[in-house]
Design a protein around this ligand. Structure first.
Ligand code: SF4
Ligand code: SF4
Length: 483
């Protein structure tokens, strides 16, 4: 087979910008097909999760809250405080590793199926646009048409609905930051009493409206850092939405192909060299439907491009064409460049399975750390720079500092008990009740019978009780004389 001629000229321009640098507005044809249907269902589930979650409470606390302003984070009803920062760092590291490994293996699967930008753009705003203004070509015609009453009604109603949805999204995102009760309060009380919250809502709404009514695919193409990183994360084994150039090329109109077949039949009576000049066409009939449905305006037949958000619209469009011309589906499909070149349709290679296992292990470790985290954290340290003191002929004492972090929303008393025999705890003043989401600190002495000490260092265990309920157990050392 002849090598495919790749001019790479498509890399010199962006489909959404003309030679003068002016933005070319994309009017994608409405997608339809099996992938689009599944993506619609997935989007409904994710949107329901996004909009319902702020209303879910666990023991009076939000199910999820990311209050960066007050440094208060709640995951699955569990309160995380600045003291849990190590968990946050670990989770972030896992997320970065996860994103890199996931992208190396599965390409931009996230962009097409989970990313809020794609879901809102393609499954909410774009659907409303199709509903009000019609399919891509109808939208193009409407844009060029003079301003009639019909056009004004369509344009104004579309923008009004867009802004209303932007307000809804903005309030939902705010609910994840300050909590749904606070959002309700800001929305229902006079503006003069909550002008800061009101300004935040307006700014958020304006930003979402701008993104979905004007910026659109430019967010994925030029703004999103994840999109920009694709070039360094993908390799020839990454699974992407790819055009099978081996099967599709040389492309050509189906009529031409028939002509060529006719010509080939005629050529049976001509010299062999003439027949050789008429190579058979590939499966791509150059209908350009895959280009027309693309929301970023690219031609996937040119090869994998940064602009591709893996929305699957071109797969559906091409499958429909293949059905009509009675060729197998999958001329555009999920596959790797290597898979297409070798013709081996093996998505789950040992490398993919290995990466998936690593990802799974990381997720399990994180889940374990999150679920095994205690609600009351106790830190007990011997006061630095202090040796033992003699209390009397029998007892020696060490001074300790304690820090108790209450990650619950309850207030409760604290009591420290020494597990080992021959010793006692003497607090410096009373240990105060721990308040909700609060930290208490103080000092206490441990006095040990010198006869039970094991030497310079004796290992001790302190149990922390609240109303006779054991809530934590801490190990520490007691310093004594060398025996
Ligand atoms: S939809 Fe399929 S057949 Fe039509 S141009 Fe695209 S790849 Fe070729
Ligand atoms: S090339 Fe295909 S998958 Fe990629 S953005 Fe365009 S239509 Fe979506």
């Amino acid at each position: 087979m002849k090598p495919i001629q790749d001019s790479e000229a498509y890399r010199d321009k962006i489909a959404t910008v003309d030679e003068t640098g002016k933005r070319l507005w994309i009017f994608p044809k409405k997608p339809k097909g099996r992938y689009y249907n599944v993506r619609t269902i997935v989007s409904i589930v994710l949107l329901a999760f996004l909009f319902i979650t702020p209303f879910i409470k666990v023991n009076g606390e939000p199910f999820l809250l990311f209050n960066i302003l007050e440094r208060k984070f709640i995951l699955f009803g569990l309160l995380f405080m600045p003291q849990d920062f190590h968990l946050f760092v670990l989770a972030m590291l896992t997320l970065i590793v996860f994103i890199i490994l996931f992208t190396v293996v599965y390409g931009r699967l996230f962009c097409g199926w989970i990313c809020p930008q794609t879901i809102f753009m393609e499954m909410v705003f774009r659907k409303i646009e199709y509903w009000i203004e019609g399919d891509g070509n109808a939208q193009k015609r409407l844009n060029k048409a003079p301003w009639t009453t019909d056009k004004i009604i369509k344009k104004v109603s579309k923008q009004a609905i867009f802004f209303a949805i932007a307000v809804l999204i903005s309030n939902t995102f705010l609910a994840y930051i300050i909590g749904i009760d606070e959002v309700k309060r800001i929305a229902t009380e006079p503006v003069s009493q909550n002008w800061q919250g009101f300004i935040a809502m307006i700014l958020f709404s304006g930003a979402f409206y701008f993104v979905f009514s004007y910026m659109r695919e430019q967010v994925c193409i030029a703004v999103c850092p994840y999109g920009r990183l694709q070039g360094v994360m993908l390799d020839k084994n990454s699974i992407v939405i790819a055009y099978d150039h081996i099967r599709g090329e040389p492309r050509g109109k189906i009529r031409k192909q028939k002509n060529k077949k006719t010509s080939t039949a005629k050529a049976a009576t001509t010299p062999e060299s003439a027949v050789d000049m008429l190579p058979p066409l590939g499966d791509c009939i150059d209908c350009k439907l895959c280009v027309q449905v693309c929301p970023t305006g690219i031609d996937i037949r040119d090869g994998t491009q940064l602009e591709c958000v893996n929305c699957t619209a071109c797969i559906d469009a091409c499958d429909e064409v293949m059905d009509k011309i009675d060729r197998p589906r999958g001329l555009i499909r999920y596959d790797s460049f290597a898979g297409i070149e070798t013709g081996k349709k093996k998505l789950f290679t040992p490398r993919v399975i290995g990466y998936t296992i690593v990802l799974g292990v990381l997720l399990i470790v994180n889940a374990f750390l999150l679920t095994s985290r205690t609600n009351v954290e106790v830190l007990i340290l011997r006061t630095p720079g202090m040796l033992y003191q003699e209390v009397d002929d029998t007892y020696l004492s060490n001074l300790y500092n304690y820090q108790i972090i209450n990650k619950t929303k309850d207030e409760f008393p604290i009591e420290l008990r020494l597990v080992e025999e021959g010793g006692r705890i003497r607090t410096v003043g009373e240990i105060p009740n721990t308040k909700a989401a609060d930290v208490i600190e103080g000092a206490f002495f441990i006095e040990m019978d010198r006869n039970v000490l094991e030497g310079r260092k004796t290992r001790l265990t302190i149990e922390v009780y609240s109303e006779d309920k054991l809530i934590n157990r801490v190990k520490t050392n007691f310093l004594g004389p060398v025996k």
